[in-house]
Design a protein around this ligand. Structure first.
Ligand code: HEC
Ligand code: HEC
Length: 238
């Protein structure tokens, strides 16, 4: 066999084993999205709600409209839409539960059933996450968005830029809602693993970072970044 041939096989087999960052993202999920996938999507929303709550059915004028499981990305999009519904009003968590057990609505789930309890647990998780999230988002907009992220990260961490194939891509400030988009991307990135959360600080301050040292460990930016990350930490005791 020629050497070139052997090398070609080697390259093919090794590159097949290296996960693309897309695969990695699919495997690593936040607790909320894996709960959704395991306990809510198939057993509850697709099984009991979708029949009325898709865009062509009788609840399509309500604020709770979902994609059917034949539609692309229905899992993550339905999670997003449900979270958006819960965020829109702090009555919506109660409404989702009370409607599903039949208050001014068809009874779909029995109060003591496993499914109802799963839905209740999901709403609770989403609400707790919401509170932590809104605090972090407010802090981000006030302290990190302009100086740090737009000013010093987006330069490389944007589509088609130096760090464009990493899992941390920001949009520029000429985009509507850029602050919300970027902070949610950071939060989602950090929610995947403790390692990611640590990397936000470590890489920004130059440890194992393709972009080198962007801010000094004892700078004000580093201090603000670390306060922000504290707000995202799963148990955020000081
Ligand atoms: C048999 C049809 C049907 C099924 C099944 C059904 N719904 Fe509904 N749902 C409706 C209709 C019709 C409305 C709009 C009228 C109303 O608000 O009650 C509605 C409204 C709602 C609303 C209020 C949305 C808003 O505008 O604020 C929520 C929340 C809701 N449903 C949740 C659920 C959940 C969760 C399930 C599954 C566990 C479910 N529904 C299953 C028919 C249904
Ligand atoms: C000069 C270009 C450059 C700048 C500016 C830059 N980075 Fe990076 N960053 C990179 C490159 C290249 C990589 C990919 C190699 C690596 O993982 O370190 C990267 C990777 C990362 C990762 C890992 C992403 C992943 O996929 O897990 C994080 C986190 C990160 N950077 C944070 C930041 C933060 C926060 C800032 C702003 C304070 C910043 N970077 C500014 C070039 C840059």
């Amino acid at each position: 066999m020629s050497r070139v041939f052997i090398i070609a096989i080697l390259i093919m087999t090794t590159s097949a084993c290296v996960p693309t960052s897309y695969d990695a993202l699919q495997e690593q999920q936040s607790p909320l999205s894996s709960y959704w996938q395991k306990n809510i999507s198939a057993d509850i929303t697709q099984y009991s709600c979708i029949v009325c709550h898709h865009s062509e059915s009788i609840a399509n004028k309500s604020d709770f409209v979902l994609l059917q499981n034949v539609e692309e990305d229905y899992l993550s999009k339905n999670l997003e839409m449900t979270l958006a519904y819960l965020q829109r009003s702090n009555q919506h968590g109660d409404l989702l539960l009370s409607k599903s057990r039949g208050l001014e609505h068809t009874e779909v789930l029995e109060l003591q059933s496993d499914k109802y309890l799963a839905l209740q647990a999901f709403v609770e998780m989403a609400t707790v996450q919401d509170e932590a999230r809104s605090e972090a988002i407010a802090f981000y907009k006030e302290n990190l968005s302009d100086n740090l992220i737009q000013g010093q990260c987006t330069l490389c961490h944007g589509e088609f830029r130096l760090a464009g194939d990493t899992r941390l891509i920001f949009v520029d400030s000429d985009m509507a809602n850029y602050q919300d988009i970027n902070v949610n991307r950071i939060i989602d990135y950090g929610a995947v693993s403790a390692n990611n959360l640590d990397n936000l600080f470590l890489k920004a301050t130059g440890t194992g970072h393709g972009g080198g040292e962007i801010i000094k460990t004892d700078s004000q930016d580093a201090d603000l970044l670390s306060q922000f990350l504290q707000l995202l930490a799963p148990s955020n005791e000081p």
